[in-house]
Design a protein around this ligand. Structure first.
Ligand code: ADP
Length: 273
């Protein structure tokens, strides 16, 4: 849609200036729609544990008042619902913090081996609990990129945590990295997280990074998922001008690969855009 405005000098018949503004209203409507859907989804996701909490409080005030065993059980469920709300709020805040920075290109020098080590340290207890072996296979040379370390740790952490959660117990998860040529003299690091779980049917792959999208909502809830992990990954990678590739053959596991431009160890980092 285009809108026009004209300015006249006092008494003049001809306009002194004409201002025409053309906006892409379809794009604007689409964005507004997405925002409205997001708020509706987020509210729904928060309402569900809240309703459960309220229900249990009422039960504890009434029928379960004099039943210590039921009380213990209900309190444990209430604690779990409260932590679920906490995780949702943390992920929503992460998303909005990253969105605010979307046009600021991160330019600190980060070594991907350090990122992977942080992630392995943080996830070892979960790997033990789920009986999955968390392995790494990284090159000897430093894997330098321009980025923000905490955000890259969050990306690899989310991918590795998913591989542990949705992979198979008794199996392993492998984080590996290889260098690939890009253009004439550039190269990128391809950092992969592979699991040997049930994998993801092809029709779901394009939608995985949508907010609150889950292949199997029950399994995701059981695994304490919020449905926001991969949306956060996508936003952080956009900011890093990096991309995510997903491959999966159902029954044979899934591989999530982060492709990010390599920088020389001592070359100056490109100026921020
Ligand atoms: P969640 O918090 O539910 O884990 P994510 O955004 O991290 O949300 O992932 C979205 C969905 O993608 C998950 O709910 C799960 O269904 C699917 N998924 C992600 N990683 C894997 C994987 N390695 N194997 C199988 N399914 C996966």
């Amino acid at each position: 849609r285009a809108s026009a405005k004209a300015g006249y000098k006092a008494g003049g018949a001809r306009p002194d200036f004409v201002l025409v503004s053309v906006q892409d209203l379809t794009e604007q409507h689409r964005l507004e729609r997405m925002r409205a859907d997001f708020v509706a989804n987020a509210s729904h996701e928060l309402r569900t544990p809240l309703a459960s909490l309220t229900g249990f409080v009422e039960t504890l005030q009434g029928a379960a008042r004099d039943d210590p065993a039921a009380r213990e059980r209900f309190l444990a469920i209430m604690l779990e619902q409260a932590s679920r709300m906490g995780r949702l709020i943390d992920d929503l805040l992460s998303l909005s913090r990253i969105e605010l920075k979307v046009n600021v290109r991160p330019d600190a020098r980060v070594e991907l081996g350090d990122v992977v080590r942080d992630v392995v340290d943080a996830l070892s207890p979960l790997a033990r609990e789920l009986d999955v072996e968390l392995q790494t296979d990284l090159p000897d040379e430093p894997m330098m990129v321009a980025g923000e370390r905490d955000e890259l740790v969050q990306v690899m952490g989310n991918l590795a945590e998913n591989a542990l959660k949705y992979g198979s117990s008794g199996e392993r998860v492998l984080i590996s990295c290889a260098r690939a040529a890009v253009g004439r003299n550039g190269s990128e690091w391809r950092l992969s997280v592979r699991d040997w779980g049930p994998g993801i049917p092809a029709e779901h792959l394009p939608r995985l990074t949508e907010r609150f999208y889950r292949v199997d909502a029950t399994a995701s809830r059981q695994m304490k998922g919020t449905g926001l992990g991969l949306a956060i990954v996508k936003h952080i990678l956009n900011r890093h001008r990096a991309r995510l590739e997903v491959q999966s053959e159902p029954g044979h596991g899934a591989t999530f690969t982060v492709c990010i431009r390599a920088v020389d160890e001592d070359a100056p980092v490109e100026p921020a855009l």
